[in-house]
Design a protein around this ligand. Structure first.
Ligand code: NAD
Length: 502
């Protein structure tokens, strides 16, 4: 039996329970049907129905928000060391079930196992990292003044909502939920409707590892319904959101009446800039990895290649050769590098850019075609002879599709790189140190790597500028979002109090 066949067999075993019972919402430690009925979850690999999913609406969100509010005080007041231990146990349980998580994620989203096996472990790492911050998360400062001993403390903000997208959903959910729990908040999670499987596994794993009932609640459903209700709920104090930029602005509007604190991690159209003095072999590897791994369904992907005109021809020729060799296939085949796109809707969106590119006058140098009709497969695609005004250079396609744009000078590269509504990441390839310093200083992006692909280090700040987001995750930045700073001033003597009405 091939590894692919073995993986398919394992997957069938894992899915049986979902096929039988469907995926229920999980509220206060109990399985609940959705007030709006059920919806169907399908696999992008062969368009088959995976299972039915509880469809939550404002009633379910209300129940979950109440459960999170009820569970808050006990979770907040649990000694930090005990909370830490529970979160470490969650990390261990994720590691123990990493294969199950990865197989389900691949089948649900179309992501290749090659990348998803690591994503499950990244989820465990998120829990471990934030568990280790639990003890000091509430520490404050003392700021003595002549008449007062001022101290600060940090307290968890309260029950929070976490709304996540379908791309690498398990890893991204843990990236939000782990720091929220570490801060002492309770959570209502609304996963993306296209990828409910691993959100269900996460809440099960967390409860089995000892997370008290109601501390993490999962409500499935659609954004305009369940998601909106979560943003509007008065008991929910903050919304951590990951998704499209236009949804981000809806999140802000929906939370206005209840004065929600929002953290928005949104879209990108990130540039990778390759100067002719760079290590071009390494640059080529990184350019390919950062757009064609994870199906290009990655917010930090470098979807615009800005290549210096002196090396354009040779660099693009090598790129075409490599792109044409990328293996598209079944996501559970360990050799597969690109699986199918997540949904029919997304497949239609990505493939529509093949015509748009031609209409705009760009060249399809590689790919630009679908593969079979069993699932939502596309060939990795490269557009050349493009300019930055074309739709393929301005809009987030969110698939394995790269737009190459030439430049001649550093100033022109900077102008093109910054000429976008987005500002999530940037990647600069040059061996000129002074230029790298100068360029990164003026590049409009929240995260920049020089001579490197995106290598995430959990203590560093993660987030975007412009339409790519508001707020930062990572290290203590996560706690700044999930916690409130409090100041308390103690008089150290009998200082003069201004007397009125005497
Ligand atoms: P999306 O905005 O369509 O959906 C994200 C989530 O929001 C889903 O759970 C959805 O149900 C919910 N939602 C939709 N409308 C809502 C509403 N009115 N109120 C509340 N919730 C609502 O995004 P998607 O298509 O699932 O994900 C892809 C997008 O996510 C891309 O734009 C990508 O760049 C972005 N993303 C950003 C980051 C980052 O860190 N910046 C990371 C991953 C993905």
């Amino acid at each position: 039996m091939s590894t692919l066949e073995q993986n398919i067999e394992k997957l069938h075993g894992l899915l049986a329970r979902f096929q039988e019972d469907g995926i229920k919402n999980r509220i206060a430690g109990e399985n609940r049907e959705g007030a709006a009925g059920r919806f169907l979850n399908t696999s992008p690999v062969d368009k088959s129905v995976i299972c039915e999913v509880a469809q939550g609406n404002s009633d379910d969100i209300d129940a979950a928000a109440n459960a999170a509010a009820d569970a808050f005080a006990d979770w907040r007041d649990m000694p930090a060391n005990e909370r830490r231990k529970i979160l470490i146990r969650v990390a261990e349980a994720i590691e123990a079930r990493a294969e199950e998580i990865a197989l389900c994620e691949c089948w649900d989203t179309g992501q290749a196992l090659k990348f998803m096996s690591k994503a499950a472990l990244r989820g465990a790492e998120n829990f471990r990292y934030f568990a280790d911050q639990v003890v000091q998360a509430r520490d404050g400062q003392h700021l003595k003044s002549p008449t007062l001993m001022n101290i600060t403390t940090r307290v968890p903000i309260g029950p929070v909502g976490v709304i996540t997208p379908w791309n690498t959903p398990f890893m991204l959910s843990t990236w939000k939920i782990a720091p929220a729990l570490a801060a002492g908040c309770t959570v209502v999670h609304k996963p993306a409707e296209a990828s409910p499987l691993t959100a269900r596994l996460l809440v099960e794993i967390a409860e089995e590892a000892g997370l008290p009932k109601g501390v993490l609640n999962t409500v499935n459903g659609f954004g305009e319904d369940a998601g909106k209700a979560l943003c509007e709920h008065p008991k929910i104090r903050a919304i951590a959101f990951v998704g499209e930029s236009r949804t981000g602005s809806l999140i802000t509007k929906q939370g206005a009446d209840t004065l929600k604190r929002n953290h928005l991690e949104l879209g990108g159209k990130n540039p990778v800039i390759v100067f002719d003095d760079a290590d071009l072999d390494r640059a080529l590897d990184a350019v390919i990895f950062m757009i064609y791994s994870i199906n290009g369904e990655r917010c930090t992907s470098s979807s615009r290649l800005l290549v210096q005109d002196t090396i354009k021809e040779a660099f693009e020729a090598k790129l075409v050769e490599r792109v044409n060799k990328i293996k598209v296939g079944h996501p559970l085949d360990p050799a597969t590098e690109i699986g199918p796109l997540v949904t029919e809707e997304h497949f239609n969106k990505v493939t529509s850019y093949f015509d748009i590119a031609k209409e705009d006058g760009a060249t399809i140098a590689a790919g630009g075609m679908t593969v079979g009709d069993e699932g939502y497969f596309v060939r990795p695609t490269l557009f050349t002879n493009a300019n930055n005004q074309m739709r393929i250079a301005r809009e987030e396609i969110f698939g394995p599709v790269l737009t190459a744009i030439p430049f001649s000078t550093e100033e022109e590269a900077l102008q093109i790189a910054n000429d976008t509504p987005y500002g999530l990441t940037g990647y600069v390839w040059t061996n000129d140190l002074t230029r790298a310093l100068r360029f990164t200083d003026r590049l409009e992006a929240g995260m920049i790597w020089v001579n490197s692909e995106n290598v995430r280090h959990l203590p560093t700040p993660f987030g975007g500028v412009k339409a790519s987001g508001i707020g930062r995750d990572g290290g203590d930045w996560s706690f700044e979002f999930y916690m409130e700073q409090k100041h308390i001033g103690f008089a150290t003597g009998q200082h003069k109090i201004t007397q009125l009405g005497k």
